[in-house]
Design a protein around this ligand. Structure first.
Ligand code: SF4
Length: 59
């Protein structure tokens, strides 16, 4: 699955990193998304909680 993140839209509320830290992480000050860290359903649930709409699942 392809997850898109728009840094101009993100308000850094942290819902994603708090919700699924094994998928949404900060590494070396960069926001990294590792879709292999959780099931597709879990990832979709956290993406739906993103308050700004910065996260989108494509495909
Ligand atoms: S949940 Fe959305 S707004 Fe919050 S940090 Fe993640 S991408 Fe940014």
């Amino acid at each position: 699955m392809d997850i898109k993140w728009d840094d101009k839209v993100c308000i850094h509320a942290g819902e994603c990193v708090k919700g699924l830290p094994q998928v949404f992480k900060i590494e070396n000050d960069q926001f990294v998304i590792d879709p292999s860290g959780a099931s597709e359903a879990e990832i979709r649930e956290v993406v739906a909680r993103c308050p700004s709409g910065a996260l989108k699942v494509e495909g």
